[in-house]
Design a protein around this ligand. Structure first.
Ligand SMILES: [Zn+2]
Length: 86
């Protein structure tokens, strides 16, 4: 890479919380392990560290993921599949 000119207006400089590496915008698969199920959400927008690979999510992305998980939790509880111990 020669000239370090980025022509993007939305280019925000962010660094990794862990190793101070450069974070790049990517879409990743987010895997959640919950009581009773595993859920993998594909194409989740995230900031991924070029050095250590640690993903970081925007607040609104975290909110959206939480919402999905809570929705599944609630439905599972109310469904016939309910694993609740009486
Ligand atoms: Zn890092």
């Amino acid at each position: 890479m020669g000239i370090g000119l980025a022509d993007s207006e939305e280019e925000v400089s962010m660094e990794c919380l862990y190793c101070k590496g450069t974070l790049v915008r990517q879409r990743i698969s987010y895997a959640a392990t919950r009581k009773g199920y595993h859920l993998i959400i594909h194409d989740v927008p995230a900031w991924v560290c070029e050095q250590c690979g640690e993903p970081l999510f925007d607040e609104k992305t975290v909110d959206a993921i939480q919402e999905v998980l809570q929705g599944v939790d609630t439905r599972l509880e109310k469904s016939a599949l309910s694993f609740a111990v009486a």
